[in-house]
Design a protein around this ligand. Structure first.
Ligand code: FAD
Length: 336
């Protein structure tokens, strides 16, 4: 890394980090984003449904430019036992405004949002993990990555769930087992015909399908399927502190979910394209850390900004909004 001094350094090139970088770079600040993945999005995963309201405030024409998979026009919620399922279905052919949402694949989506911030003037350094913060006289003044030290006026910690840096800054406490869930997900390739026959995926219409009950064997959590352009995202989210109640591991939950008589025919003949695991903060408002200190702000999952109803997780839209607001706060402070 160079020895340049930046106005702001952002740790993490996920939705929160790139939203913040975009706003600061557009305002003319010297911004560096340090991302540990080899590319933005390479270490990230999500269930797959992005509500567009906060992205629209950032990039009004994102619908034409972002790598969105399918517009969600069909909702299904299934209450599942081992042998039977009750499903509620809701069709909304043309969702508009804040209720509009799309399925996304993070490898593509995060890389795109980073490219927008880069085009606005932000500098991205990928493949580097930030290990520590430079703190002098109680104020955060930069970051330490291996042997490199980079100084700046403000650091935005957008490094995701279980942020070690937020803990080092004295803003967050270690997560407790009931404050965090673990998610496992597979991306399974299907043909256009299979997507149409099995999910009614015609044109760019997509389905968000959530499952409660049997997928986590009654413990807190649930299953999900989102249809993408050429595949489906299928997974399980289970609260760490409640997994014992189910009597099985999360890996077994996912395997059994896929073997369920309702699910198995939907993915039969599909090709496994991706397998990933990730934590989800789910402590809610009470578990949120301090959002700022002298010279440092938190945004997104690092600040616990996720709504998790067990079978439904929503954090990408909140991360984008949080990154936007963290950056706006920095700009406000700079003007004073
Ligand atoms: C199974 C699962 C299903 C989900 N489903 C949905 C859904 O359907 N809809 C929804 O809106 N949300 C969903 N979420 C939540 C959503 O994915 C997160 O809320 C969102 O990704 C948070 O964005 P972020 O930018 O704050 O953090 P992240 O996306 O985690 O980005 C953090 C970035 O920081 C980098 N990083 C971390 N530490 C360092 C370091 N020390 N140095 C450098 N870089 C670092 C990481 O590599 C990463 O790129 C789901 C999450 C999971 C796990």
């Amino acid at each position: 890394m160079s020895e340049d001094r930046f106005d702001a350094i952002i740790v993490g090139g996920g939705p929160a980090g790139s939203a913040a970088a975009y706003v600061l770079a557009k305002a003319g600040l010297e911004v560096a984003v340090i991302e540990r993945g080899v590319t933005c999005g390479s270490k990230n995963m999500t269930g797959g449904r992005l509500y567009g309201h906060s992205l629209r405030r950032l990039i009004p024409d994102f619908e034409e430019r972002a790598p969105l998979e399918r517009r969600i026009t069909k909702e299904r919620v299934s209450l599942m036992s081992a042998s039977a399922t009750t499903t509620l279905e809701f069709d909304c052919p043309s969702p508009v405004g804040d209720s509009a949402s799309w399925s996304v694949i993070r490898g593509r989506f995060d890389a795109w949002l980073a490219s927008e911030a880069e085009a606005a003037g932000a500098t991205y350094v990928c493949g580097i993990r930030v290990d520590d913060l430079i703190v002098r006289n109680g104020k955060v003044r930069g970051i330490v990555a291996g042997c490199d030290r980079l100084e700046c006026d403000v650091v935005i910690l957008a490094d995701g769930v279980n942020s070690q840096l937020a803990q080092k800054a004295g803003l967050a406490k270690p997560l407790q087992p009931m404050q965090v869930a673990v998610g496992l997900k597979e991306v399974i390739g299907l043909t256009e015909q299979q997507l149409r026959d099995r999910f009614g995926a015609v044109g760019d219409n997509g389905t968000a399908w959530l499952f409660a009950g049997e997928p986590t064997r009654g413990s807190i959590g649930g299953g999900f399927i989102y249809t993408n352009k050429e595949n489906v995202s299928l997974g399980i989210v289970a609260t760490v502190g409640d997994i014992d109640y189910s009597g099985i591991s999360v890996v077994e939950m996912l395997d059994r979910f896929k073997e369920n008589p309702l699910i198995a025919p939907l993915i039969e003949g599909g090709e496994l394209l991706e397998y990933s695991g990730h934590l989800v903060p789910e402590g809610g408002y009470d578990a949120m850390p301090e959002l700022f200190g002298d010279g440092v702000l938190l945004a997104g999952d690092s600040a616990g900004m996720v709504m998790n109803l067990g079978y439904m997780v929503r954090g990408m839209d909140l991360a984008i909004e949080a990154g936007h607001r963290a950056a706006s706060t920095v700009l406000y402070a700079k003007r004073r």
